[in-house]
Each structure stands twice: as C-alpha cells, then as structure tokens.
Design a binder for this molecule. Structure first.
Ligand code: GAP
Length: 453
C-alpha cells in the first residue's frame, strides 16, 4: 500500500466527511458560501462529545470554575472598550489583475517583490487593515446608533459579566468562568476545510487570579490543556507548544503559548493560552464606569484581577480529531482475501457512535429480537446503532469507517443453540484490534461504559 501524500490524505478526509455525514458545505444546493460549514448526523455527535468532555473537565470536575452562556450580540460599547472595533483587523491586499482579496502575509515574495499567489501579478494595492467583525443593526433603524457586531470571541461576555458571576457564585480568587459558544470572523481567506471558518465555536476559560500568580498559572493551564488533548486521543508528539514572541503577542499580554497540531496541511494553531493581565477588566471598568474590582476579605484590599485564558476552537479540534483518527490498514474480506480497510480510530470517549449492534442474520426472528433488546438495554447509557443489512463483514467495515469502537453481534450461540453456557452472551468486536471476546449481555452496559468513560 502506498502512503498518500498529505494533500491526498486531506482530500480523502474531506471526501469521507461528506460521504459519511460528518461535515457538509453550508447552503450546498445553492453553491455554498465560502468559509461556512454544516455538521451532519455524525459530525454533530463528535462535536457534542468534544464539548461535553471539555465542560466535564473544565467545569464539573473542578471546584474553582463555573460556567455561563452569553449572548452573541452585545452592546457596541463592549467592542469599543475591548479594542476590537479599532484594531481587530488583518492587513489585506487586492490583486488588480485577478481581483483576489488576500491577507498580506499570504503574498509570495520573489527577489524582494510581492506577487499575487493566485495569478503571479505584481500589480497589487498597498496593504490596508480590514476589520474582521461582521457588522449588523439592532432594531428597525439601520443607522450609526443601531450598529453592533456578531461577537468575534466569546471571552468578552465573560469579562462584562465578571461582577455578576462573582457575586452569585461567591468564588474566591483564583477562579474561572467557562463558556462554549459561537464566534464569527469575516476571514479574508477562509481555507483548509473547517480550519479557518467565518463562523465557528470556541471553548474559552477566563481564569481570574492575583497578579503575582499569573505566570505560574499560565504554565499550569498550558500543561492542563496538553493533557486534555492527550485524553481525547491526540498524542503528545503531534502537539507543539509555540511561545508567542514579543512582537506577535498582544501588547497587554505578558506571556502567550499557542498549542499547535500537525495537520496534513501543516503545523497550525489549535488553541491559545494567554496571560492577558488585567487589561480586559480594566478597559471595561474604565469604559462602563462600573467597578469590576475584587474585594479580598482577608487583606481588605480592592483590585482588578488578572486573567489567564485557555481559548480553544471546537471546529479545529474536531478537524484534528478526524485527521488524527483517519487511517488505512488491511483486513480480510468475506473470502479471506486482504483488502484495504478505512478506519477512523477515534478515542472511544469522543466517538460519535459507541457501539453497533448486529443480528448475525436479518431473517432469523430470534436473532433480530435479541439484538433489538440489546439496543434498548444500551440506549440509556450511550449512542448505539442497529444494523441488520448486508454481510457481517460489510457491516463491520461501515462502522470502522465512522469510528465506532465496539460492535456487538448476536449469533446462534447467543440463543444457546449449540452450548447452553453461551446463552445470552454476544461477541464484542474491538474496532482497532478486530479481536472478538464473548461477553454476557447483562455485563455489556457496564463493560462498555467503563471503556468509553
Ligand atoms: N479570546 C481569545 C481568542 O479568541 P484566538 O487565538 O483569536 O483567541 C482562539 O482564537 C481559538 O479560536 C483559536 O486557537 C482557534 O482554535 C479558534 N479560531 C479562531 N479563529 C478561527 C477561525 N477563523 N476558524 C476556526 N477556528 C478559529
């Protein structure tokens, strides 16, 4: 078997995503809309499993973090105070020949002369800032007074609700506020499938602390976040921590790491972990005139907390999970001849379907009835899939291709026809090793739950 080049690998991944219902182009029947994607039946399960696991680890399993869910549209004053209205932009260049609008850092340079990467022309405009926020109007009148923006990050609603959340949760520093939600950026050049989209989801934590704890907590959160990726099946050796240089870092940050992943199209950012100092809360306190200070009951001091922010992209992580899981190996077909097997090796924790249930034959009423009983038994605990059509080998392959880690087959042994001691047992097949073990139906839910936890 030849190893596909990375571009070929990416093409295969994109095509599998569409064919099996992970990700579709948005508005596809109308020709699509660049940088926008819809998640199909399997994609939405994968995405939910990822978000639920993030929430479990970042909120439920901790005493020092609470959650919130803010609105996408906010008062325009938020975006003025945060600096987004003035500075949330990418430098953009237009090619006068092919009319392409491109990010300035995507220009190719030959012998010190900039060229259009599309057509090679040197006839380019000067670079100018292009604000990435989507502008909209609130209410019936479309004028200056009704302008606001679709949020380009979820973080700002956490900052502006800091005081309310602090009061109701009665947390002491250090503590965090977590949020998962949509963000929108009018990217000049959306690309690499869902990697750079115009609408995407973020999983953000704002972890508030005293100034003197900021740098230590930056290290702490970087390590926590690396562990998170390992726990969903992205190995440590595919992740890279980039220390963002002084020039690249936001002026208010005193330390930022990018956690990068080796995608088939290159090493790219999955998540940023930034020490944002007290910049955001100070800006909002100044602009709103409302105190966003923390009162330390022990020292009787009032001060604006600092914040460390791990900010991850849901869509980028889903893409990394699919890229990491995608593999081709060999398995015997019905006649024992080796054939290429396409398999998504998702960690069972995030796999869209946890267990497929098969009656060996669909025209044997007792096998079908037993298999449906097992589906009912498992359904309250996990997402299961029942399949009775086609040869059993084909059914296994269909599940391998979508990353279902386990397959339970009801056969004649289950009915106790050959050996009474095997009555009410099934074969449980492991996707990766393709090994089968005999399991009592009454133990099945507990065994699977332990393996997908
Ligand atoms: N609150 C900080 C913040 O928004 P960011 O580095 O601009 O920081 C955080 O974004 C994460 O959001 C990125 O690491 C990435 O995973 C995701 N993200 C940002 N822009 C994206 C886009 N256009 N498409 C998909 N994901 C994006």
């Amino acid at each position: 078997m030849t190893t596909p080049t990375d571009a070929q690998r990416m093409e295969k991944i994109v095509s599998l995503c569409k064919r099996r219902g992970f990700i579709f182009q948005s508005s596809e029947i109308y020709g699509g809309l660049n940088g926008l994607w819809d998640y199909g039946p399997l994609g939405v399960e994968l995405k939910r499993n990822l978000k639920n696991y993030w929430w479990r680890v970042m909120v439920h399993e901790r005493d020092d973090v609470v959650g919130m869910d803010g609105s996408i549209l906010m008062n325009r004053a938020v975006w003025k105070a945060s600096g987004h209205e003035d500075t949330f932009s990418d430098p953009m260049v237009d090619c006068r020949v092919c009319k392409a609008r491109l990010r300035a850092d995507q220009m190719i340079e030959k012998k010190g002369v900039r060229q259009c990467p599309n057509c090679g022309s040197k006839d380019l405009t000067e670079s100018r800032p292009f604000n990435l926020m989507f502008k909209t109007y609130v209410g019936a009148t479309e004028d200056e007074s009704s302008i606001t923006y679709l949020r380009p990050e979820t973080a700002q609603s956490i900052f502006v609700q800091f005081k309310n959340v602090l009061e109701v949760s009665r947390k002491k520093l250090p503590f965090g506020i977590a949020q998962i939600g949509k963000a929108f950026r009018n990217e000049i050049n959306p690309r690499n499938f869902t990697f750079r989209s115009r609408e995407f989801e973020q999983m953000e934590l704002e972890y508030f602390c005293r100034a003197e704890e900021g740098m230590r907590l930056l290290e702490y959160w970087k390590e926590q976040r690396l562990k998170f990726y390992e726990n969903i099946g992205i190995p440590r050796d595919t992740l890279h921590v980039k220390t963002v240089s002084d020039e690249e870092r936001a002026f208010y940050s005193t330390g930022t790491y990018d956690i990068e992943y080796d995608f088939p199209f290159g090493r790219q950012e999955l998540e940023g972990v930034a020490y944002r100092t007290d910049y955001d809360l100070s800006q909002h306190q100044k602009a709103s005139g409302k105190s966003l200070e923390y009162f330390d009951e022990e020292t009787k001091q009032r001060f604006i907390p600092h914040v460390v922010e791990p900010s991850a992209g849901v869509d980028r992580t889903v893409l990394a999970l699919i890229c990491e899981a995608y593999s081709e190996d060999e398995a015997p077909d019905e006649k024992g001849k080796m054939e290429t097997r396409l398999v998504l090796r998702f960690h069972p924790r995030i796999a869209p379907i946890k267990c497929a249930v098969f009656p060996l034959l669909k025209n044997k009423e007792q096998l079908v009835a037993k298999a449906k009983e097992i589906v009912d038994l498992l359904r309250p605990h996990m997402n299961v899939f029942y399949d009775e059509s086609g040869a059993i080998g084909r059914r296994y392959r269909r599940q391998d291709e979508i990353g279902t880690p386990f397959g339970a087959t009801v056969d004649f042994e289950t009915l106790g026809e050959k050996d009474a001691s095997l009555r009410d047992t099934v074969t449980l097949r492991d996707r990766d090793s393709m090994k089968q073990e005999r399991i009592a139906i009454q133990d099945l839910a507990a065994i699977l739950r332990a393996r997908i936890a």
